[in-house]
Design a binder for this molecule. Structure first.
Ligand code: GUN
Ligand code: ZN
Length: 438
């Protein structure tokens, strides 16, 4: 079913460089009459229709002249088991975890339930144009089995792993340093690099792991460096104080992870709001990634991500690979367009204006770069996996009206991230197969 060759014609955007370092105009590619030829799930040609038309002999061409094609969106931090508590009222991180999260997550020892929520979650990702995600499961191996099984059946590029937590959580959500290591190893050996799947070693965050567990996580990652390491860092001021109490010998929050070998390429640090310069420098020097989760950071009242330091450091500092993410259920929407719009507002409140080109970059090629997958996904370019979103810019009566007044591609993109939602996602391709739409 996968070795068919077909083409898509329509306007598309992609990035051939990082707009935070070279400027929007040198990074954003806009093909107003584009052609994308897909062969066996991979992009064979992407460029101007006029330049590629000669390659079309015997090839079906699907035309989307009034749409806008973008790379599939990439959500670099999301919790599928928290979908049942998305939008729950109240309080800041630690209260929210205890009141809602640690209750909801207790159900995922049940393989059937985990499968049911996984299917709803993956349906929702497709409806929102998200073709790749870095996903937290729960502490239960069944929650990971169910998720990978469903993602594999759909042939999606997904990253996921078993939560590690052996203290400061309800008994029913705790593993031990040894069982957490053993279960992670078994899951990793079964699922890592199976099809398009990757495993993420996933200590929840420093407060819910003992030193023995963080050490075991570091040892596992050292044995399997092609796996990911995902965790939370420096999201909330009370959380940071708690980490200082729990790890009095460590210089700062990042130093806790660094001490156990948990920084480096393919380390994904969610939130990273209150980092000090020494922490930023350590992340840059070790080629670790940070993940900005704007709808979560505003909803839980956590604080404002430092776009400037992460992506466009002014002085000696080096930029840090950065992805954008929803962080559902702390985040309030699985829609990456909503996350882009919220990232702009976070920037506004903290003195950095995130342009449309920069926001779309963070949800596509930039996110792929944060995942070290920019040779596979995130761009519309020959050789890339054919993960694509066909967006309808006039998806609501207001947008139909408003888009008439857009005089540039930047304006059109900005209006989408400000006003559009899942209704704008017309058709979605994953490795050349339709996962949403006709
Ligand atoms: N820190 C530790 N666990 C979590 C979680 O599930 N969500 C968020 N937003 N922050 C966390
Ligand atoms: Zn999270």
């Amino acid at each position: 079913a996968c070795n068919e060759r077909f083409a898509i014609r329509g306007p598309f955007i992609t990035f051939n460089n990082n707009p935070f370092s070279v400027g929007d105009e040198n990074a954003l590619v806009h093909e107003s009459d584009g052609l994308i030829i897909i062969n066996d799930g991979t992009i064979e040609y992407a460029g101007a229709y006029s330049d590629g038309a000669s390659r079309l002999e015997g090839c079906e061409v699907k035309s989307f002249p009034n749409h806008l094609i973008t790379p599939g969106f990439i959500d670099t931090h999301v919790h599928y088991p928290q979908l049942p508590i998305i939008g729950a009222y109240g309080a800041q991180l630690i209260d929210w975890l205890n009141t809602y999260t640690f209750v909801a997550e207790q159900r995922y020892d049940d393989l059937g339930y985990a499968g049911q929520v996984s299917r709803i979650f993956l349906d929702e990702l497709a409806r929102n144009g998200t073709t790749t995600a870095a996903v937290y499961c729960t502490v239960h191996p069944n929650s990971v089995e169910a998720f990978f099984k469903e993602a594999h059946a759909r042939r999606l590029r997904m990253i996921a792993g078993k939560m590690l937590m052996d203290r400061n959580a309800p008994e029913a959500l705790q593993d031990t340093a040894q069982s957490g290591y053993d279960d992670s190893l078994t899951l990793l050996q079964k699922w890592h690099e199976k099809g398009r799947l990757s495993y993420a070693i996933s200590p929840r965050f420093a407060p819910t792991s003992t030193e023995a567990q963080l050490e075991a996580a570091g040892a596992l990652w050292k044995a399997y460096p092609s796996a990911y390491m995902q965790t939370h860092v420096s999201e909330n001021k009370d959380e940071i104080e708690w980490v200082k109490e729990l790890f009095p010998d460590r210089a700062n929050y990042i130093d806790v992870y660094a001490h156990y070998g948990l920084t480096g390429p393919r380390a994904l640090f969610g939130h990273a709001i209150y980092l000090e310069e020494t922490e930023w420098n350590h992340l840059a020097e070790t080629d670790s990634s940070v993940i900005h989760c704007p709808t979560s950071n505003t909803f839980l009242g956590s604080g404002f991500f430092n776009f400037q330091r992460a992506l466009q450091p002014e002085s000696a500092g080096l930029a840090v690979r950065t992805g954008l993410a929803t962080d559902v259920g702390g985040g309030t929407s699985l829609c990456m367009l909503k996350s882009m719009g919220e990232a702009y507002k976070v920037g506004q409140l903290s003195g950095y204006s995130v342009s449309a080109a920069k926001a779309f970059y963070l949800a596509t090629r930039g996110a792929a770069q944060a995942l070290h997958l920019d040779n596979e996904i995130g761009s519309i370019e020959a050789g890339m996996e054919a993960d694509l979103v066909i967006l309808n810019p006039a998806s609501t009566p207001l947008l139909e009206f408003r888009t008439q007044y857009c005089n540039s591609i930047e304006e059109l993109l900005f209006v989408q991230m400000t006003l559009a939602d899942d209704r704008a996602i017309d058709t979605v391709y994953s490795a050349g197969r339709v996962i949403k739409g006709a």
